[in-house]
Design a protein around this ligand. Sequence first.
Ligand code: S3P
Length: 184
Amino acid sequence: MVVAHDIFEMEIKRVFLIGFMGSGKSTLGRRLSTEMGWPFSDLDDLFEKKYQTTIENYFKTFGEEAFRKAEQQVLQEVLNEDKIIIATGGGTPCFYDNMEQMNAHGLSIYLKLSVNTLAQRLGGRRQVRPLVKGKSGEELINFITEKLAEREHHYEKANVVVDAEVLGVEGYIKIIEASGSLME
Ligand code: S3P
């Protein structure tokens, strides 16, 4: 299943991968980068480099509100880079006008996955993500269910919504190519 909206014959300069924690944005971004020859940036990594600390520490020290403001700054800095694949943080599209900014500056793709798949994928990597740290199996399922319900209307504003359970890299490349002309 692929749902596309608001795509005009545009020149694509940036691809934004969006979706919940654990949806595979960074892994996909690296693969697309290799296939397309465009550089890849992970917003979480850019954040940690800019603020010289881990996201976990930043959350602990300054709290989520400050994190969101700082994250918005990092996003602003990549909006004008050309020919780039960007994996955003799971919360990036849900704050301020970040989603609108991404749509205005490139092609956004929502990697949609079920709660169960997300829980499985997040199960082993809980410790590095402050929002899911220390949650047991059931707590994790409940957290994802609630958070996804809260966030999904932001994610759904993406230009393209894909069923990430089934789509492979070639499928994403076809979507990107079909969505507009890639910048030479
Ligand atoms: C967050 C997701 C994380 C990271 C931070 C907050 C969220 O990114 O930005 O821990 O609010 O969903 P990933 O989606 O890359 O794990």
